[in-house]
Design a protein around this ligand. Structure first.
Ligand code: HEM
Length: 459
């Protein structure tokens, strides 16, 4: 197709289509688009989505400034119909004072001391999966990891007592998550809320199931709490939380935060694990170091929360997987009056974007950026990583609340499973699909093998 492209204005940036701006290139392949802007136009690139003015920043310091200024000189970007339908006004959707109150109420439930209580559930679920697997079997890695993190999410959120309700909750969450992803990348993001589409009908049905199931779980927790039963799951923590005026979260707020924590944590962690297995499959040396560490630290026993700091290589594998395949691949915020980045004014209404994908793959901060090298994260690595060049969990006041939860979960799951299996999916890279999270674009099939051990006699 030929059309006249508009000049990009006074700043250096890609040329734009009339009315659409850079929407076609962004919609076709947003990951390649961001890398193209970074490589072709520099660290500060104006571009347009329809009439909306945008800037992509690619300097880590600028990304850090943007993240730090959200909720002061920048507003969070507005989320679409599907997000509001599913997450209500939970901490991801809320803004301003409402967000501040909710963040303060949710944060204690995901503190390291609490994550310690959830670790046993994470390990138990992973061990049950390992018991179902046998060497020589062929598995769909992403499906297995999604099933596993789903079980962990339901049990850590609602307690093992909720195991009986796992099936309907997980099925409805999976539908809702699929529809969120479809809206995120599709035209429905721009449709008014009264427009009905088949996807929106599916979303409404899933939300009805979730509302019913979660209302039941909340009532059951309220009964247990009134009876003086001590429970360690996330919902029990949320029920016990009080704001500065001594007020608890309402039932509606408990529902919103439960779904928010599930959606925030499940798919992000399952894709992290899938990518980690895929990267390990093509890296025999990194795999051998992993097996050696697990054998040395754990021997024949299962890991506990206390083992987490004693598994630095396992942690580095996770960190490096999050670098190459950051589940949340773009972050944006809208400038308010007086916003500045890197000392330069940003006109109010401009959306400033930074992309963990393109930052993490920038050879200036990560030499040979496509190579899977967990040793980059060694304490004495020769090339220190600049602050904010690695931002899989965002940063600033709205940084991920579940970062510790996710890092511990991913490391403990890897530790349990890699001790017994090598997931051999071959060395070839898998294409990515940038949906709500960075997904494999096709199934990742692996043959389960026994991990290779050195001849030091470790079996
Ligand atoms: C590898 C896994 C994870 C990744 C990569 C990830 C990434 C992120 C990122 C980048 C943000 C900030 C988004 C933005 O600024 O636009 C965020 C926010 C958030 N995440 Fe995570 N996350 C992960 C796991 C989790 C888990 C396990 C939970 C809950 C247990 C969780 C709960 C949240 C919540 C509640 C927020 C919103 C915080 C706020 O707006 O104040 N995340 N996450």
């Amino acid at each position: 197709m030929t059309a006249t492209l508009l000049p990009s204005g006074t700043e250096r940036g890609p040329r734009r289509w009339p009315l659409l701006g850079n929407l076609p290139a962004f919609a076709r392949d947003p990951l390649a688009f961001f890398e193209h802007l970074r490589d072709g136009y520099g660290d500060w690139v104006p571009w347009a989505l329809g009439p909306r003015r945008n800037v992509l920043v690619s300097q880590p310091a600028h990304a850090g400034e943007l993240l730090a200024a959200v909720e002061s000189s920048f507003s969070p970007n507005e989320l679409g119909w599907a997000f509001r339908q599913l997450l209500g006004n939970g901490v991801v959707v809320a803004t301003g004072d409402d967000w501040r109150r909710k963040r303060a109420l949710v944060q204690p439930a995901v503190r390291p001391r609490q994550v310690r209580a959830y670790a046993a559930e994470m390990v138990g679920c992973a061990d049950a999966l390992a018991a179902r697997w046998s060497a020589g079997e062929r598995v769909d890695v992403h499906r297995e990891m999604a099933g596993l993190t789903q079980r962990i999410a339901v049990r850590t959120l609602f307690g093992s007592e909720a195991a009986g309700r796992e099936a309907p909750i997980s099925a409805a969450m999976a539908t809702a998550q699929h529809e969120l992803g479809a809206e995120f990348r599709g035209v429905t993001l721009f449709l008014p809320s009264w427009v009905r589409t088949p996807g929106r009908t599916r979303m409404r049905r899933a939300v009805n199931v979730l509302d019913r199931e979660i209302a039941h779980v909340i009532r059951e927790h309220e009964r247990a709490s009134a009876a003086g039963e001590e429970r360690d799951d996330l919902l029990s923590r949320l029920l016990a939380a009080r704001d500065e005026h001594g007020h608890p979260l309402s039932r509606r707020e408990l529902r919103d935060e439960s779904i928010t924590l599930y959606i925030g944590g499940h798919e992000t962690t399952s894709t992290t694990l899938t990518w980690a297995w895929q990267l390990l499959s093509g890296a025999p040396e990194a795999r051998a170091r992993l097996t050696e560490e697990l054998d040395r630290v754990l021997g024949d026993r299962l890991p506990t929360y206390e083992d987490y700091p004693r598994l630095p290589w396992t942690q580095q594998v996770v960190k490096e997987a999050l670098r190459i395949y950051p589940p949340i691949w773009l972050i944006s915020a809208v400038a308010r009056d007086g916003a500045r980045i890197g000392g330069r004014p940003v006109p109010a209404g401009t959306t400033v974007w930074t992309s963990p994908w393109s930052l993490h793959r920038d050879p200036r901060w990560f030499p040979d950026p496509l190579a899977f090298r967990p040793e980059r994260w060694d304490d004495d690595a020769p090339d220190p990583v600049p602050e904010h060049a690695w931002i899989p969990f965002g940063g600033g006041p709205r940084a991920c609340l579940g970062a510790r939860f996710a890092l511990v979960e991913a490391a403990l799951v890897l530790a349990v499973l890699a001790r017994r299996f090598h997931l051999d999916s071959g060395p070839d890279p898998v294409p990515v699909f940038p949906g709500l999270t960075l997904q494999p674009a096709r199934p990742v099939h692996a043959v389960l093998r026994s991990p290779e051990r050195s001849r030091a006699g470790l079996t």
